[in-house]
Design a protein around this ligand. Structure first.
Ligand SMILES: Cc1cc2nc3c(=O)[nH]c(=O)nc-3n(C[C@H](O)[C@H](O)[C@H](O)COP(=O)(O)OP(=O)(O)OC[C@H]3O[C@@H](n4cnc5c(N)ncnc54)[C@H](O)[C@@H]3O)c2cc1C
Length: 237
């Protein structure tokens, strides 16, 4: 189906958000992805918005033109531009409610499915689950959902613990950062201990960078935790 970009917000020189509206209704479960096309090229994108929202929100990273095919074109598009969108959402990277605790690990754009899951979860009248979101980036300005997640964590401390971490604390761009430091995969075991997470009641999720995912999966396996992943691209490992 055709879909129109209705809004765009630039985050950094290579990260941006778009909101799109399809000509037909589009059903999905939080955590699933949509398939976007332009000029005959299609790519999957995890959906940030929750199903009750009227538009589909995506958080995109530009892969430089020497390597990337679709994103250099998408990056030039402004509100009003028309895309193609497959009519069905796909993916099994969704909330598994049989676990009470959900430890969700992301790099940069990999936060998308967790935001969708949380936005939907917050519409419920009662809550019996707990969320622990760890997100990593090189630079503090790459976090596009920290304000939203931080405010949920402050209002609902029993529902959400939120830990952003930067991997290059000594860079000028990160001046003033007083949060966690180090790559997100290196802090997973520490926070499993700090949050007192137990194997039987906890599912570990990892989404985004393939090397981060391999590392978190190894930690989860070593510690005996159930694990599910969504890789945004393949690595050579
Ligand atoms: C299930 C799923 C969900 C996804 N969700 C998102 C999302 O929410 N936001 C998003 O920006 N992307 C997401 N992606 C990646 C997206 O589908 C594209 O691969 C990406 O936008 C690059 O497209 P491209 O055509 O420019 O480059 P491609 O032709 O797809 O890739 C070119 C090369 O760059 C590598 N690559 C792809 N993405 C990156 C990256 N971010 N950083 C470094 N190297 C990369 C690829 O492995 C390949 O070697 C998702 C991928 C999958 C499989």
């Amino acid at each position: 189906m055709n879909a129109t970009i209705t809004k765009r917000v630039d985050i950094t020189h290579d990260l941006w958000k778009i909101w799109i509206k399809g000509e037909d209704s589009f059903n999905f479960r939080p955590g699933q992805y949509c398939t976007i096309g332009y000029g005959g090229v299609e790519r999957p994108y995890s959906i940030v918005s929750a199903p009750h929202e009227s538009e589909i929100e995506l958080f995109l990273e530009l892969v430089p033109p020497q390597t990337g095919v679709l994103t250099p074109t998408l990056f030039r598009l402004q509100p009003g531009a028309q895309l193609q969108m497959r009519p069905r959402a796909k993916g099994i990277f969704v909330l598994k409610e049989n676990y009470v605790n959900h430890l969700m690990v992301a790099t940069v754009t990999g936060i998308a499915p967790y935001v969708s899951m949380l936005r939907q979860y917050l519409t419920r009248a009662t809550s019996s689950h707990k969320f622990f979101v760890l997100v990593g980036a090189s630079f503090k300005n790459e976090f596009a959902y920290n304000v939203e997640l931080q405010s949920i964590a402050e209002e609902r401390p029993n529902l959400l613990k939120f830990i952003p971490t930067i991997s290059r604390p000594d860079e000028m761009t990160n001046e003033g950062w007083n949060g966690e430091t180090g790559r997100v995969n290196t802090i997973v075991e520490k926070y499993i201990d700090l949050f007192n997470l137990e194997q039987a009641s906890t599912l570990v999720y990892a989404c985004g960078h393939p090397s981060m995912i391999s590392s978190v999966r190894a930690s989860a396996n070593n510690m005996g935790f159930a694990f599910q992943e969504e890789r945004f691209w393949k690595s050579d490992e």
